[in-house]
Design a protein around this ligand. Structure first.
Ligand SMILES: *Cc1c(COP(=O)(O)O)cnc(C)c1O
Length: 385
């Protein structure tokens, strides 16, 4: 059994992918070729925004978005510690400081109530109600990066309204949530800029690295377009700002154009797989299954369950492994306890909800082509004693 079965998907579309690659080899425009614009137009329409800016990875998408806001030293960016390292890494890479905010134990996403406390703590330079990072300079809150963890959108209704009240921007880290919805509005369009990833294991994945930024703001789109191309101005050798080499490969766009054709269907298949898991795993319940608020639709990048504690998790993972069923832990360590962020001076106990989840969460095989028989076997093995 595969954790994510990319081969089953490829079998459906292999001939069309080969045709698109052949067309690319014929025209030979490997850098910023015509497939790039075509993909950007299609995905902007799908997400429901005016502008899509493709780039080299999901990490670059987040980096370009922060650079478009001119983020640097002295700036504080509020974000969750329960995410992939890239979310926090881009902040410190620019010399800004990540201010972590704990998550909601039901959705695993940024907790809006704690967000408000964190913003107040930064303004007062006092970690009264909220643990703050160490910093040589005094910090000013500039923006928020909310993450749609495992494919479930964060609570942008409340996050955006808190942000507006404090004059902050909001980035949506939609690396795992492309195809998800909040009240019918697509993930990627739920904040000022949405950033997604096309890493192979993401809901819409390419065959290498790729990413995209989505926004309705023309100025931000223009800045990100320039930044991904070495800060280009009116042409390639007119450079108006310090940028990066952050383009998406035309080859990846050619592959994504094919994969996107079957993507809406795959999102529906993911709903069926997730619903079946939830049904199967709750009779009797050995683990806690994920909760999806009624107004949300998850892209189900992962189906993650909670064991009672670390020992219980190990026992269940061992049991599944013995039956040849792969599992994974996203994430074993929250960002505030990562060595890379040691300089921020956070300590154990600062964000108890994230720490607790890291100690007992694990993910089951999840992809659109997971069979009912495999899911039944997973449930049986999980509940066998
Ligand atoms: C995968 C991921 C990223 C980074 O995407 P890459 O394409 O691998 O650079 C950022 N944030 C989250 C939450 C992710 O899951």
């Amino acid at each position: 059994m595969q954790f994510i079965d990319l081969a089953a998907q490829q079998k459906r579309i292999r001939d069309r992918i080969e045709a698109n690659i052949a067309a690319l080899l014929d025209h030979g425009r490997y850098i910023m070729g015509p497939e790039i614009k075509s993909l950007e137009e299609k995905l902007a329409q799908y997400v429901g925004v005016k502008h899509a800016v493709s780039c080299a990875s999901g990490t670059d998408a987040l980096l370009l978005a922060l650079m478009a806001y001119d983020i640097g030293p002295g700036d504080a960016i509020l974000t969750t510690p329960f995410t992939f390292i890239a979310t926090g890494e881009v902040i410190s890479l620019l010399g800004a400081v990540p201010v972590f905010v704990d998550i909601d134990p039901q959705t695993f996403n940024l907790d809006p109530a704690k967000l408000e406390q964190a913003i107040d703590a930064i303004a007062e330079e006092a970690a009264g109600d909220h643990p703050l990072p160490r910093s040589d300079v005094s910090l000013a809150a500039r923006g928020i990066i909310a993450v749609d963890l495992f494919g479930l959108p964060a609570d942008y209704g409340r996050i955006n309204s808190i942000a507006r009240h404090h004059d902050l921007f909001v980035l949506e880290d939609a690396a795992q949530s492309f195809g998800a919805e909040h009240n019918g509005t697509m993930a990627g369009s739920l904040a000022d800029i949405g950033c997604t990833s096309f890493f192979p294991a993401k809901p819409l994945g390419c065959y290498g690295d790729g990413g995209m930024c989505f926004t309705n703001d023309e100025n931000l789109a223009e800045a990100m377009d320039s930044l991904r191309l070495h800060g280009k101005g009116i042409h390639k050798y007119d450079n108006v700002r310090t940028g990066i080499n952050g383009r998406m490969d035309t080859l990846q766009a050619a592959i994504l154009l094919v994969k996107f054709e079957i993507f809406p269907e795959e999102i529906e298949l993911r709903q069926q797989v997730a619903q079946r898991y939830t049904r199967l795993l709750n009779q009797p319940a050995e683990v806690q299954t994920p909760a999806v608020p009624v107004e949300m639709k998850s892209a189900w990048a992962q189906y993650s369950v909670l064991a009672k504690d670390g020992a219980h998790r190990s026992k269940l993972q061992d049991r599944l492994k013995a039956a040849d069923i792969p599992t994974a832990i996203y994430y074993p360590k929250p960002l505030h306890l990562q060595t890379a962020f040691k300089f921020l001076g956070y300590k154990e106990g600062d964000f108890p909800v994230s720490e607790d989840l890291c100690s007992r969460i694990f993910s089951l095989p999840m992809h659109p082509y997971l069979s009912r028989a495999d899911q039944e076997r997973i449930a049986t093995v999980l509940s066998s004693r």
